[in-house]
Structures are given as C-alpha cells and as structure tokens.
Design a binder for this molecule. Structure first.
Ligand SMILES: Nc1ncnc2c1ncn2[C@@H]1O[C@H](COP(=O)(O)OP(=O)(O)O)[C@@H](O)[C@H]1O
Ligand SMILES: [Mg+2]
Length: 271
C-alpha cells in the first residue's frame, strides 16, 4: 500500500483515507464521498480490529460481508482498498500500544476499557501504512474522532483529520454496522436515541441550559422505552468530553446491542 501511496504523492496527488471495519453502509459512503471531493486518490481500509474489542464484546460475531462490501465499493469511486490481515497488522510478538489520555478517559473510554487504545494503535498503523494527506471519520463516533485528532497532533502525523456528519435512517436512527443485530422490536426501540437527542435539542432551543435538566430530558425519553438500558447520557464539551458543554452523548443497550449517538444541542436536530 505504501509504495502506491508514495507514487501518488510524488506526482503531487492528494490521498484521502477512509478507515472502516467493513459491513459498509451509507455512513461509510458519505465519508468516501467527502474524501473523493477533497482528494485526488481515495483509499478505503477494511479491518475488523481485534484490539478495540473487549474480551466480552462482539469481535467474533461482528458483521463481516466482503461480497457486500465489494459490491458497494464497486459503485463508489475508490482507488484502492487496503484489507490487511490480523497477522500483518499484529505479527506475533507485537506488543506496542498507542495510548491517549484525557479526552480518551471518560464516557466510551470508561465504559470500554482498552477500546480507544485499540483504535489509536490501529489508526496510527494505518497512517503509517498509507501516509494519507487527510483521513475521514464520522461524527457518530464523536469521541473517537476527538481522540484520533489528539493522537495525530501529539504524534506529529502530517494528516488532516476530517469529521463528517452522521448519516441517519429516515426515522432518525444513526446508521451503524451493529444495527444489523437488532430484531424488529429492538429496531423500533432504537428510535429512542435520536428521539431523545431531538427532544433535548428542542429544550435547548427553548432556552434550557441547565445540564441536569437537559440530562433529564435525554433520560426521560430513553427510560420510557422498556427495551432500552441507558449506559450513559450526558451533555459535555465537544473537545474534552466532560461537562459542561452542548454535546449530548448517549450509549444505550437495546437488548444485547450497544448503540451510541450524539448531537450538538446548539444545532437544530435534522434527522
Ligand atoms: N451513520 C454514520 N454516519 C457517518 N459516519 C459513520 C456512521 N457510522 C459509522 N461512521 C463512521 O465510519 C467509520 C468506520 O466505522 P465502523 O466502525 O466501520 O462503522 P460502524 O460504526 O457503523 O460500525 C467511523 O469513522 C465511523 O464514525
Ligand atoms: Mg463502529
């Protein structure tokens, strides 16, 4: 991958990288489109990264569908697909980890120990393998994007981190590969996340600024949904991911499926 990327860049071409774990959907395609608009060359990586899954998490059953991915990518305008194997990414004996503190500590960091370390380790290796000029991440995983920005700055990666808006289903549910786990009733219950964010944005627009009151709006809607179990619901600063702030962040279990979503309450919720 690196030789091709260096050839492109030697010709003065800009390279955009879209890191994914496959099971591609329209959210991934929106990142690819943004990369297409802003670069000459678009590289998509597909790697289900064992390092970012906890021991009790869904690594083994994470959706993998290479034929579906190849089909979707055929219709997108992508110059190269980088699909390293686990053995190439983590050869026997590999033991180095990239650890970000601060922004990686609360919320997802606290709920999923080791998760962000897995993410920053693999993303730094992808940056080394591809040497992109820009890399594209989704706002759906807002804290991940902030953690990756911190890492790129701190380790002097000459990569511009671009964050693209969350793509949603017509009823508001943020697209995610894990939505495939939801049964029909769970799929209906999953609307509670975007619906809670919408209600909190309305409260904010009506003048509510007290963090506890905004939290109550989020939790009120989520707790009204019998199939939903709230892991966290907070309103935080979008840089530090600690209160106070305007970014409402949610992690909710619908049955066995863990979903996350977020919205900046100072913005209209259109989803
Ligand atoms: N609904 C979405 N809208 C925009 N970007 C998304 C969406 N879902 C995932 N992404 C982004 O795609 C990239 C790869 O995520 P990945 O883990 O493969 O997908 P998912 O989060 O759906 O399981 C991440 O940067 C993620 O934020
Ligand atoms: Mg994901």
């Amino acid at each position: 991958m690196l030789a091709a990327s260096r050839r492109w860049r030697a010709q003065g071409l800009k390279v955009g990288l879209v890191p994914t774990m496959g099971a591609l959907h329209a959210g991934h395609l929106s990142l690819i489109e943004a990369a297409r608009t802003e670069n000459d060359i678009v590289v998509v990586s597909i790697f289900v990264n064992p390092l970012q899954f906890g021991p009790a998490e869904d690594f083994a059953r994470y959706p993998r569908d290479p034929a579906h991915d190849t089909g979707l990518l055929g219709g997108a305008s992508v110059d190269a697909v980088y699909r390293p194997s686990v053995e190439v990414m983590y050869p026997p004996g590999s033991s180095t980890r990239v650890h970000v503190s601060g922004v990686a500590d609360p919320l997802e960091g606290a709920a999923r120990p080791g998760h962000f370390e897995g993410v920053t380790t693999v993303v730094s290796k992808l940056f080394t393998a591809v040497e992109p000029d820009r890399a594209y991440f989704g706002q759906k995983d807002a804290q991940q994007a902030a953690v990756v920005k911190r890492m790129a700055r701190d380790l002097d990666f000459p990569v511009e981190i671009r964050v693209c808006p969350t793509v949603r289903e017509p009823d508001g549910l943020a697209l995610s590969s894990r939505n495939a786990y939801l049964g029909p009733e769970e799929r209906l219950a999953a609307r509670s996340l975007s619906s809670a964010l919408r209600l909190a944005a309305l409260a904010y627009a009506a003048g509510e600024r007290r963090p506890e009151e905004l939290r109550k709006v989020l939790c009120g809607r989520l707790e009204a949904e019998p199939l939903a179990r709230v892991e966290y619901a907070q309103v935080v600063d979008p840089e530090t991911f600690t209160p106070p702030g305007t970014l409402a962040v949610l992690a909710v279990r619908i049955g066995k499926t863990r979903l996350i979503d977020n919205h900046d309450l100072s913005q209209v919720f259109s989803g």
